[in-house]
Unconditional design. Structure first.
Length: 337
């Protein structure tokens, strides 16, 4: 009883509808109180009220940060190996070795174009797939049931869940027979759990048996699934491929800098002309850099991405291909979790 009384002291914050700060309370409060907080009724929300709440809370989808395309393209010119290639381009221009200048510059740009284009195409394919697979939900508005896109759901909506449905938002189950819910997408547990009237069921769960009405209390980023997805999106980890390339690049940079220091020291000691010294530095830089390596890697992984696409596997990042290739043991149970 103490758990039910504690959140009530904060109830005045949500007179105009659900308070986003109280979503965790709404999954454990008595069902009658949740209905009161959400200003819902057995007939569901009116269409006018639903539109107001949609404008207030936004669509029922996880917000994704869209990367700036121009900055994404420029990122292919940033890194140890691109820096060395760019240094070779500059030295070629200063030494007026125009054939070398042109070849190295073309390879540098080709690597960026191939990598950027493949990831851009993958992004378009995923966007099209999401639009094609947009889920629908049975929603009660103005006392009438109708099919609507899940992204249009708002807190306070009444939805109908049945066998095979993916729960579109966090909701409290209303009166009805118990249902079995598969929460493996959230917990990793393959066995379904039994939920009864009053229990909370979370977005991304699957109804395995039974059917029941439910009251939506959280949508979009405020759902349990949305909060988890946000944490995953915020985690930036370098892939095995990126670490390997970075290690090679750092080694080559250190080696090239040391050798150039030796060349410059010897040239100054001998009194050689600056232009001659630059030519030696250019030869050393070009020799030390695997100029074609980034382009070859990008093209190779792009070909792999095309082959995977034919098998209906969409690659969002080219580096992910090498990352998966480096897996020694993949652990999975019979459900794939």
């Amino acid at each position: 009883m103490m758990e039910a009384n504690t959140p009530q002291s904060r109830a005045p914050k949500s007179k105009q509808g659900p308070n986003p700060d109280a979503k965790d309370d709404l999954k454990s409060l008595p069902l009658a109180e949740v209905e009161k907080k959400l200003a819902s009724s057995p007939n569901g929300l009116s269409q006018t009220e639903a539109e107001k709440r949609l404008a207030q809370y936004g669509p029922n989808e996880i917000e994704e940060k869209e990367a700036n395309a121009f900055l994404k393209f420029l990122s292919y010119f940033w890194g140890p190996i691109p820096w060395m290639i760019e240094a070779a381009v500059i030295l070629s221009g200063v030494a007026q070795h125009w054939p070398d200048f042109g070849i190295i510059l073309v390879l540098l740009i080709a690597n960026a174009v191939v990598g950027f284009w493949e990831e851009h195409q993958a992004g378009n394919a995923i966007a099209a797939l999401k639009a094609k697979l947009a889920s629908k939900a049975q929603v009660k508005r103005d006392g009438k049931w109708g099919s609507r896109e899940s992204r249009e759901l708002v807190p306070g909506d009444i939805i109908h869940l049945r066998l095979g449905d993916i729960v579109p938002a966090d909701a409290r189950l209303l009166e009805g027979d118990p249902v079995e819910v598969d929460q493996s997408a959230l917990t990793g547990e393959s066995l379904p759990v039994t939920h009864q009237a009053g229990d909370a069921t979370f977005s991304g769960s699957i109804i395995r048996t039974g059917e029941i009405d439910a009251l939506v209390y959280a949508t979009g980023d405020n759902t349990y699934f949305g909060k988890t997805a946000k944490l995953v999106q915020g985690a930036q980890t370098a892939s095995h491929f990126q670490r390997a390339v970075l290690k090679i690049g750092n080694y080559l940079i250190i080696l090239a800098v040391l050798l150039m220091a030796v060349i410059i020291t010897v040239a100054l000691f001998r009194g050689d002309p600056i232009l001659t010294t630059l030519q030696f530095a250019l030869v050393l830089t070009v020799a030390a850099i695997p100029v074609a390596m980034p382009t070859v890697l990008s093209v190779t992984m792009a070909v792999g991405a095309r082959l995977l696409a034919k098998k209906e596997a969409i690659v969002t990042r080219l580096a992910a291909i090498e990352e998966l290739a480096g897996v020694d043991v993949l652990c999975s149970d019979k459900t794939g979790t």
